[in-house]
Design a protein around this ligand. Sequence first.
Ligand SMILES: [Zn+2]
Ligand SMILES: [Zn+2]
Length: 250
Amino acid sequence: MKITRKFLYFISTTCKNIIDFAFPHVCLCCDNTIEKEKIFCDKCFSKIIFIQGSICYRCGKKVSLLPTEEKILCSNCLKKRPIYDKARAVFQYNAVSKNAILKFKNTGKIEYAHPFVFLLQQAGKDLFLETDLIIPVPMHWKRKLSRGYNQAGILAQILSKKTKIPYNENILIRARHTPKQEKKTKAERIKNVKNAFVVNHPEKIKNKSILIIDDVLTTGATVNNCAKELKKAGARAVFVLTIAQTAHED
Ligand SMILES: [Zn+2]
Ligand SMILES: [Zn+2]
């Protein structure tokens, strides 16, 4: 997927200001030194895939249809509607976006978060208009204790400051420690996170639209469970915004 010249110009000029004070001038994916106005080195940038053009209105995954004014639904969402209302992502999940996310996840460096937040602001534009509250996908306290931070929380907090939409990380809690979702099948993922989340203050989300921030959307098992609990507790709508999203599995 080619990204437009206008979009590239927008990213390079607007990002410049953010990166100038916040970014260490190395490629988000590898450790190559890059010019001030860039996020990726040329080699990584040539492999990164921005999600744009025709996407499923619901899950945000790319669909092979010509862009239209109509709301397009992918085959998966037509078969089974997700519990969340809309999901959007910046990149397609591939080796480059995976490395970039891992680099941010493993170091937890705030300066790596800023370029991601800038890109999330672009990808989530239509979600912010309808959002009342931003929350991260919760991390169990044991994992947070061993890692020292929740990377989705870092992104969500900065995003909240930029969009001026309130942030709260105590609304949704991970009630039990679940093994990581990576390398699990779709069925295993669903089982793994079943009843893993609990809403702490239902009165704070009644009739509100909640935006969940996470790093990658794969099968949607985790965010669907979050959405289920939030809606059960009275949320009007649940949106999801991630750095990357896997392509359809079918
Ligand atoms: Zn690179
Ligand atoms: Zn879909």
